[in-house]
Structure formats: C-alpha cells, structure tokens
Write a protein that binds this ligand. Structure first.
Ligand SMILES: NC(=O)c1ccc[n+]([C@@H]2O[C@H](COP(=O)([O-])OP(=O)(O)OC[C@H]3O[C@@H](n4cnc5c(N)ncnc54)[C@H](OP(=O)(O)O)[C@@H]3O)[C@@H](O)[C@H]2O)c1
Length: 276
C-alpha cells in the first residue's frame, strides 16, 4: 500500500458519520488510525483488518478542551512516536436566525468547528515539523462557500476553516507539511440529528426559518454516502502536493466553480429560492 506521508493517522470525530466511515476505510488500506470521540475509552479497538494490518483505535478527545487535545496527541505519540496525517473532522451544526443566536451559542459553534481544529493543529504541527513531513486535512463544507440562511454560524465557521487552511499551507510548507480543505455537500450521517437549535428559535420571529431548515435536513437525509469523503481523503493522502481545497461530488464541484463566475446577486437569488 502506498502511504506517502506515512501510516499513522489521527482523525477527530470518528464515532459517527464521515469520521467513522473514513477511519474504517483507511484502516482497510493499512493505515493505523487513531479515531477520537468525547465518549470512549482510550485504546478501544473498534476495527481491524487482518489482511492490511490496519486498525481503528479510539482515543478520548473533546476538541473544545486544550488539555484534552494535548492528552490525545500524547497518547498517540507514546504508542507510535509519529503522527503522519491529522484529519480535523469533528464538528456539528447550529440552526437559528442570526438575531436569535446568542453570543454563547455562536461561540460554541466556533469553539468546536474552528478552534477545535486550531487546538489540534497547535499540538500536531511541532511533531510534523520535526518529522519534516505531514498532512493536515480539514473537513470544511460547501456551506462555507455558500452562506446558508438560518445556519449563519455554521457557514461562518466553515468559511473560517477555509481562510485558516490557506494560510496554514503557506506557513507550514517549508517543513514539508501540506494542508488541504475538503468540502463535502449534503451527506447522510448523524449530523442532521445532532444539529443544535438555538434557544430563541423555539419562538422564532422568522417564519421562513422552520421550512428552510427542514429543506436542508431533507437534503442531508437523502444526501451522499460518507464513503465518498473516505475515498477522497485516501486519495489526498497519497498526493505530494494536494490542492488547496477539494469539493466532494460533481454537482457541488460545478456549483462552487459557477460561484466564481456568476454575479453575487444571482447566487443570492438562488439561495433565496432554495432556502428562504
Ligand atoms: N453531514 C453533512 O451533510 C456534512 C456536510 C458538510 C460538512 N460536514 C462536516 O463533516 C464533519 C463530520 O460530520 P458528520 O456529518 O460525520 O456528523 P456526525 O455524524 O454528527 O459526526 C460528528 C463527529 O464529531 C464529533 N464531535 C462533535 N463535537 C465534538 C467535540 N467537541 N470534540 C470532539 N469530537 C466532537 C462526534 O463525536 P462524539 O459525539 O462521539 O464526541 C462525531 O464523531 C463535520 O465537521 C461537519 O461539519 C458534514
């Protein structure tokens, strides 16, 4: 098996959805995957492949806690002495109109999706610099390209991941470290059921918000199989120079390309038609 960066992978949010499927897919290819969850015991083996010798072992991690990030990385380093690939996948979505999202709720969205990624990068970058090689894959979203009404905090957190990844690529390049943003579209996972609704959205003054979020949830439930992201991730892990960002799925790729050339007002019109 080819493994350009090496075989040791640390993947956050591996208990469900995209993370779980990706962890198992990579293990099937011979990668030694340390998958994280807030609710697991360190060292629990959840998947192994006798042929490839790959496995998925769970590591307890809350990406909102710097100490927890430090402990998780220390655990992998004690077992393996190296981390070749970090996949920042842990995340969730908040729904509610901007006006009806408290500061605390907005911060909690960024704390997991954006600062969670940053906490993990802060722990892993010094290791990768010493190794003079490494790959960081950040799981963004098409919602970071197209701002979704009533999910502004989620879209903003994913858009921030894009800005971060672009700067990280330039800063880390001298040490042989590469970074790439993966942008999935609607995908069938636990994400929909795990969505958090802001407290004020219960008595919303925005009558369109309910049907808009329902539409989004329908699209997610009939969305793509997470294996698409797993396969894409595996391909990126063998690229010496991965692209800045990769959108998953042909229709989403086309939408992202079109956004670059059509006027902003047209994009806004389409989003209003779809979600408002
Ligand atoms: N599904 C979609 O349509 C879609 C589309 C675009 C992008 N994405 C992105 O894909 C990523 C994975 O989402 P998914 O769809 O697979 O959702 P999911 O099935 O709900 O899985 C989310 C994972 O994140 C973990 N997680 C959440 N908060 C965490 C925290 N504070 N610390 C550590 N782990 C945490 C969960 O682990 P525990 O609860 O066990 O800790 C779980 O393993 C997310 O970043 C999401 O934004 C999803």
């Amino acid at each position: 098996m080819q493994a350009y960066y090496g075989k040791v992978v640390l993947l956050t949010g591996a208990s469900s959805g995209i993370g779980k499927v990706t962890a198992e897919y990579l293990a099937g290819l011979g990668y030694r995957v340390y998958g994280t969850s807030r609710r697991c015991k360190n060292g629990t083996l959840v998947f192994s492949d006798d042929n490839s010798k790959g496995f998925v072992e769970m590591v307890q991690l809350d990406v909102c806690d710097s100490r927890s990030a430090e402990e998780a990385v220390k655990y992998v380093m004690e077992k393996e002495g190296q981390i070749n690939v970090l996949i920042n996948n842990a995340g969730f979505g908040i729904a509610g109109a901007i006006e009806e999202t408290s500061e605390e709720e907005a911060c909690s969205q960024f704390n997991t999706n954006f600062f969670g990624m940053h906490r993990m990068c802060r722990q892993v970058l010094p290791i990768m610099r010493k190794q003079k090689k490494g790959l960081i894959i950040n799981i963004g979203s098409v919602a970071g390209v197209f701002s979704i009404p009533y999910q502004a905090m989620y879209s903003a957190s994913k858009s921030a991941m894009k800005a971060y990844t672009e700067a990280l690529r330039i800063e880390a390049r001298d040490w042989g470290i590469r970074a790439v943003l993966v942008e999935p579209g609607d995908t069938r996972t636990g994400f929909t059921d795990n969505r958090y609704y802001t407290a004020e959205s219960e008595n919303t003054s925005y009558p369109r918000s309910k049907s808009s979020i329902e539409k989004m949830e329908q699209d997610e439930r009939s969305g793509k199989n997470p294996e698409i992201i797993a396969r894409l991730t595996a391909r990126l892990m063998n690229r010496k120079n991965p692209p800045v960002r990769v959108t998953a799925g042909l229709e989403y790729k086309i939408m992202v390309q079109l956004k670059r050339i059509v006027p902003d007002r047209f994009v806004e019109f389409m989003l209003r038609k779809l979600y408002a």
